[in-house]
Design a protein around this ligand. Sequence first.
Ligand SMILES: [Zn+2]
Ligand SMILES: [Zn+2]
Length: 433
Amino acid sequence: MKFKIHRGTKEIGGSCVEIWTANSRIFLDMGMPLVDEKREQFNFEKYKNLEVNELVKQKILPDTKGIYDSKDRLIDGVLISHPHLDHFGFIKFVNEKVKIFLGEATHKIIEISNIFTSSNYQIKNYEYFEKEKLFQIGDFRIIPYWNDHSAFDSYSFLIEASGKSIFYSGDFRDHGRKSKVFKRFLNNAPQNVDYLILEGTTIGRNKIKNKTEIEVENELIKVFSESQKINLVYVAGQNIDRLVSIFKACLKAKKILVIDVYIAKILTELSKFSKVPYPSDSYNIRVIFSYYSCKKLTEEGNEKVMFQFKKYKITKDEISNQSGRIVMIVRPSMKIDLKGINNLQSGNLIYSMWEGYLKKDYTNDFIEYLKNLNFLIHKIHTSGHADIYALQKMVTAIKPKNIVPIHTFDSNLYQKYFNFPIINCNDREEINV
Ligand SMILES: [Zn+2]
Ligand SMILES: [Zn+2]
């Protein structure tokens, strides 16, 4: 068995690992980069008109035969670890005869994004894998392990072939709402792994213990309870752990949670997979029919998604009349909706995402708009990634023969933290297992 990391040995994002034997070939993730070679934000708009062979030539897409066109024998499959763009964003270039292996909820999340955003990821040839259930692709025996991560439905993979094994950590943490999942993993971790391909997002950041999602919830309760004005929370709509924390904080602070149709649709669909609150008679959650989401649904004939939440609709007037009781999830495109709400002045904005996004103009403009309305800005967040202590726990549990850094800007620091052989390879370098 051999493998090659196409992207990720020296950067966070764009993860893509090829593994092959004499007979079989698979990819783990097919991510879009987060940064360019200058470590500035990667912008696919710059490349969108290029042909696949040009994208390969410019080292944007992996250079392997049998992924894009069927001139050569096609690869045997692509596994997607979780529904973050830096892990599946280039899936649209994969030949549609190649099977995509992913979690069912991951597929659902991708499909909902297709309805609400300009993204268009049609995955037609797919197979769902299940937690800890072994499946086979050609020579490979694969076991997916469920992860605690800021994305719902995240996995690590154990890949075995010809008596050798690789463990790909994917993105994970141990301080989210599924910390028990990680504890279970530690007691149940695969052994005698030859290569552990280990994410190191937080390596190189200050060696601090990450705040838990429960601590985030408690901070939210405090801010919500102390305010008699409206609370707006700016959070990624797919960070389900955080949405649950916000909902629980609303319950304790006796506030009404208002979400827009996009988040309403995500929570409703995901409630079929695990216990998440969603607009229904069981949960006190109301839905604002946000302008741009509804416009898109209407233009593309998806009005039924709006009707689905009619019973739980809250109008701008209703929000205005009880603004002190409202906690509302927002994003910059909802500025137009906020303009229709009275009593908005002097509220709280809780910024609940990675601080790096604050550099983006559209985030900044939105925050400036609220600052001009005398909003107080609170930053309440915790990382979606393992801190150094959790990384060390995974390594100690697996006791790998070798560790290969991925999804990190600081592969050179692995040696400092792990007492196991570190293979510091470059992108596209072939490793013999
Ligand atoms: Zn990632
Ligand atoms: Zn991720």
